[in-house]
Design a protein around this ligand. Structure first.
Ligand code: ADP
Ligand code: ZN
Length: 677
């Protein structure tokens, strides 16, 4: 017998292998195997078992990895959907859906889960009850449908997720609840566990291989019915899936940044369609794409306009840093007003959170004599000084070196650390409030397994009074004693070369503002900015999503940007700057030629007979070539070309006719990012 096997490689083809007699009868589609591939052995997925092959002198499969298939049912169709829409091979798609460390036990003892959720004893608000009705009718219809739950922070969205799950469980079906990795906090997990006990399985990057395999099997067997997890949990084989929830659906972490570059929201839609499940998207700041789909009537929109129990949204004040700059010569990252407000909060025995979405101490290290900025030797970015580590670090490739005192360029100037990161804010707080207990929560202080929990517990127990952090502190935390939230700079996202800069800024400000005043005492938010009149900041100040959306959608329409078009970003990589630039120009020219010449395969009608509207829908245009936002990364030069069009199919077709097999162009690797963020 012959096995047809797909590997995790960029080639859109499969390979035939002999099945040795020892493995006869043990291999089925969806089983992973180890097989010789080139000079080494690779893990691949069996697609089919055949009785003969046209190819002579086949190599043999070495061994089977799984005792039974890891891909079954509609997850096969999901894999081919993923391969089609993200321009990756079937093998790459399959590999993305199954963690490589997954090991299944030969026989899984299926103990079906006992009982269902208790439904909760909370008295729902009127708005919550209305939302539950909409969700219930969708769940009962057992048809694929998307509901967008737009609820301000603290409006009881999580409570609705719990109720929606209880409904699905009562039907004997299961649910996936996706949360951004950073908000997979002990607090969130506890809430789900409290309601559903051991019917809940967790899925995130910090699980050991053993825990992961265990969770997979319990879900597959229906022993656990709910999985709470980060992005890749959308692929887990939950038995009789009825509901997929995306909490904070606007979060960019739902996008996978390696091939296949999928968005968990899109996968959720596709999977729900295949299995007749409901997708519930929740956010205080829905993505422009999701909100647009809801206003167009494609999806249902439900709103929770108020916080539960009549709690007020915090008062947001803007601090115009231009005034501060004009008044002061040497500036603290914390304005006078913010310093005073922190002082007052501390005197009232309340807690304070300070957000700055930048790690490290300084942003650039510069020589005052010659102006040289210390840069990464491999990437085109400045090195960031990390005071706690005593090192200069590249945030892109992790290159690090001790800081020199003198400028290496001119040997004259003593290097200065300019700009502000979370470490500098922390040290400034220590200087201003030496008697207070201050902690920092960012990727640097939460590397170890339990460190996040420890910081969290210390803040909860009020052993820590002031917490400084990156966006990690903006999400999901619920501390009733926090009355003051300070945003050290609202401009970090605003100045990125990204058409979503306004959206990111609005999201972050709204989320972090939602951390204030969740208890009895009212909350206050102070936002420092150099752009106080920007619409994203104005809208965040008034907690006004509609105002933000109205402005944003107008800009997107005018500039022909998503959601009015789809984008595909192509990035060429290479060690020679010259060659990458030439290849990028040639690629752009080739794409332009292909896009202008309609495909003539199959029975499709000649170009002149296609109605004008349909032709416009299929039109593909081009941006670039242009240097990537980071033109050099890990010694590799990068140039981009962006395809723009209304139908993804037409754009993918242009790519298929232009790129070489293995996602290359003129032999150079090309990264394909559909719907780039
Ligand atoms: P969100 O997810 O929108 O931020 P949560 O679901 O976390 O909101 O609700 C905020 C707080 O209010 C939580 O402590 C939650 O237990 C509580 N809560 C939710 N719904 C109600 C309700 N109907 N009555 C009383 N408390 C509620
Ligand atoms: Zn680097």
């Amino acid at each position: 017998m012959i096995a047809e096997v797909a590997f995790n490689i960029p080639l859109e083809r499969s390979f035939h292998y002999l099945i040795p007699s020892a493995l006869e009868g043990m291999l089925a589609p969806g089983v992973r195997v180890l097989a010789p591939f080139g000079p080494r052995e690779r893990m691949g997925f069996v697609l089919k078992v055949l009785s003969h092959s046209p190819i002579k002198e086949l190599k043999a499969i070495r061994r089977a990895v799984d005792p039974r298939p890891v891909i079954t049912g509609e997850r096969w169709q999901l894999a081919s959907w993923l391969s089609d829409t993200s321009y990756c091979s079937l093998g790459e798609a399959l590999a993305a859906m199954v963690p490589s460390q997954l090991r299944l036990a030969a026989t899984a003892a299926a103990t079906p889960s006992r009982g269902e959720g208790d439904g909760g004893r909370i008295e729902l608000s009127t708005a919550q009850r209305r939302a539950v009705d909409v969700i219930a009718s969708a769940v009962n219809a057992r048809r694929a449908q998307t509901i967008l739950l737009h609820g301000v922070t603290g409006s009881g969205k999580t409570e609705l997720y719990l109720q929606a799950m209880a409904l699905v469980l009562a039907q004997g079906r299961g649910a996936i609840c996706l949360v951004p990795e950073i908000s997979l906090t002990p607090q969130t997990i506890d809430r789900f566990r409290e309601r559903f006990g051991d019917q809940v399985a967790l899925w995130h990057s910090r699980l050991t291989a053993r825990q992961r395999s265990d969770a997979w099997q319990r879900l597959e067997q229906g022993e656990a019915r709910i999985v709470i997890g980060a992005r890749s949990a959308v692929f887990v084989p939950v038995a009789r899936l009825g509901l997929i929830i995306l909490d904070e659906e606007h979060e960019p972490t739902y996008k996978q940044e390696d091939t296949p570059r999928y968005h968990a929201r899109e996968v959720a839609h596709a999977r729900a369609k295949l299995g007749g499940a409901v997708v519930l998207l929740g956010s205080a700041t829905p993505s422009v794409e999701s909100y647009y789909a809801a206003t167009k009537g494609a999806d249902r929109l439900v709103t929770l306009p108020e916080r539960v129990e009549g709690r007020e949204l915090p008062k947001v004040e803007i601090i115009d840093m231009r005034e501060q700059l004009a008044r002061r010569h040497r500036m603290s990252p914390l304005s006078d007003r913010l310093q005073r407000s922190i002082q007052e909060a501390v005197e009232r025995d309340e807690q304070v959170m300070l957000l700055l979405n930048r790690r490290g101490f300084s942003r650039i290290v510069q020589c005052p004599a010659c102006g040289t900025v210390v840069r990464c030797s491999r990437c085109s970015v400045p090195l960031i000084f990390h005071a706690a580590r005593g090192e200069l670090v590249c945030h892109y490739c992790n290159f690090h070196q001790p800081p020199a005192e003198l400028c290496a360029q001119c040997q004259k100037g003593y290097l200065r650390f300019r700009g502000t990161g979370t470490e500098r804010v922390e040290s400034e707080l220590h200087r201003l409030f030496p008697a207070e207990s201050i902690a920092r929560m960012d990727a640097d202080t939460t590397k170890r397994r339990e460190s996040h929990r420890r910081l969290y517990d210390a803040f909860k127990a009020r052993q820590v009074i002031m917490l400084v952090g990156t966006q990690m502190i903006a999400k999901g935390l619920d501390f009733p004693q926090v009355t003051l939230v300070g945003v050290v700079s609202a401009d970090t996202a605003l100045n990125l070369p990204d058409f979503r800069a306004g959206e990111r800024t609005f999201d972050l400000l709204t989320q972090v503002a939602g951390r204030a005043g969740r208890g009895e005492r009212p909350g206050r938010v102070l936002i420092q900015t150099y752009c106080p009149t920007h619409y994203a900041i104005e809208a965040a100040r008034h907690h006004d999503y509609q105002r933000f959306y109205a402005e944003e959608i107008r800009m997107r329409r005018r500039l022909r940007l998503p959601p009015f078009v789809r984008l595909i970003e192509l990035t060429l990589h290479g060690s020679s700057r010259q060659r990458v630039m030439e290849a990028a120009s040639a690629l752009a020219a080739a794409l332009k030629r292909t896009a202008a010449r309609p495909a003539t395969r199959g029975t499709s009608s000649p170009a002149r007979m296609v109605p004008a509207r349909a032709a416009a829908r299929r039109r593909v245009t081009l941006l670039g070539p242009a240097p990537h936002r980071i033109p050099r990364l890990r010694r590799s030069y990068r140039m981009c070309v962006i395809l723009k069009g209304r139908t993804l199919g037409a754009m993918i077709a242009v790519l298929r006719r232009t790129l070489q097999p293995g996602r290359r162009f003129r032999g150079m690797p090309v990264t394909v990012d559909v719907d780039p963020l």
